[in-house]
Ligand binder design. Structure first.
Ligand code: ADE
Ligand code: ZN
Length: 328
């Protein structure tokens, strides 16, 4: 019981959150109305559709469809503001937030509209909620590398608003090696690198993200547990994993190796730098505190474990060292 209060209050850094994954059905319907878009169903039927997913792709189909209500700069601002309000409530002090520009530019929404709305939302959030937020541009791995390069070029005039690049969407069949060139270009621009790997894909996707893309953090990474050699390497290289307990459970990623429970305990026991994050909270049943609660429940974590996980996250941020030390 007191552990629940501890989880609520302890300062947190959120390192794995897709801003599009924070689009709650209520806001979705509000934006649809504002933009003259007719949606099928009701808020409540959309909530029902988000109850269970067969796998990652089953979720992604719904997630991309929901994005169709995001059209104007103000929509992206409102989306960011709604998330930061919730994050503040969950004692988040630092948030490094993913966005998927290709989901929007493919529908004819200009890159500028997306980034300006999100960035303005972050500035507003810093002023009103004191959350230090930044943006990580994710390339959609089901699209081609040429399309990723085109997106990076669109981002060039906005490099002051982006701290890094990531890689998301359907993993299996779209290995990191497909994006070697665009990540090399991004690194040359001084951008930080992360990548989703080892969510549904095997350990070789994690190795590829590290060696080929030079990722500094691995998003999910839970499938490393099937390779002792990879685990040792992740420990030795001090690579943080941004684990998302509710996501793993809802997408049935956890079921294959971990009997449906969050694998946080096994990862901690191996000495890995685990962090706990929310991924797509509007779809998976809760924001960052709910993810901590789930992990504590599944893994019988102690207050000390929770503290270490939070400290790992501040350590794993891309904040400049002097700023990072302030939180540690
Ligand atoms: N895009 C949004 N959430 C994702 C996830 N969990 N894995 C891959 N791509 C995503
Ligand atoms: Zn993710």
């Amino acid at each position: 019981q007191s552990l629940l209060y501890y989880i609520e209050d302890i300062p947190k850094a959120e390192l794995h959150i897709h801003i599009e994954g924070t689009l709650e059905p209520e806001l979705m319907f509000k934006l649809a109305e504002r933009n003259g878009i007719k949606l099928e169903g009701t808020v409540s039927s959309h909530k029902d559709r988000r109850q269970t997913f067969k796998n990652l792709q089953d979720f992604l189909d719904l997630y991309y469809e929901a994005c169709s209500v995001l059209k104007e700069e103000e929509d992206f601002f409102d989306l960011m503001n709604a998330y930061l309000q919730k994050a503040a409530h969950d004692s988040v002090l630092v948030a490094e937030i993913f966005f998927d520009p290709q989901t929007h530019t493919e529908r004819g929404v200009p890159f500028e509209t997306v980034i300006n709305g999100l960035h303005r939302g972050l500035c507003h959030g810093y002023q009103h909620y004191n959350i230090k937020g930044s943006l990580i541009l994710c390339f959609l791995r089901h699209l081609s590398e040429d399309e990723a390069i085109k997106t990076l070029k669109e981002a060039m005039p906005h490099l002051d608003k982006i701290i890094g690049v990531g890689l998301d969407s359907g993993e299996v069949g779209n290995p990191p090696e497909k994006f070697e060139k665009v990540f090399s270009m991004a690194r040359d621009l001084g951008l930080q690198v992360v990548a989703h790997a080892g969510e549904e894909g095997g350990p070789e996707y994690i190795t590829g993200a590290l060696d080929c893309l030079k990722a500094k953090r691995i998003d999910h990474g839970v499938q490393c547990l099937s390779s002792d050699e990879l685990v040792s390497s992740l420990v030795a290289r001090k690579i943080p994993l941004t684990v998302c307990p509710l996501s793993n459970i809802k997408l049935q990623v956890a079921s294959r190796y971990f009997n449906g429970a969050s694998p946080v305990k096994q990862l901690l026991d191996k000495g890995l730098l685990v962090t706990i994050n929310s991924d797509d909270p509007a779809y998976f049943g809760g924001y960052i505190n709910a993810n901590f609660v789930q992990a504590v429940k599944d893994c019988k974590l102690t207050a000390k474990d929770v503290f270490n996980i939070c400290r790992n996250a501040f350590n794993a941020t891309f904040l400049p060292l002097v700023e990072k030390e302030y939180y540690l």
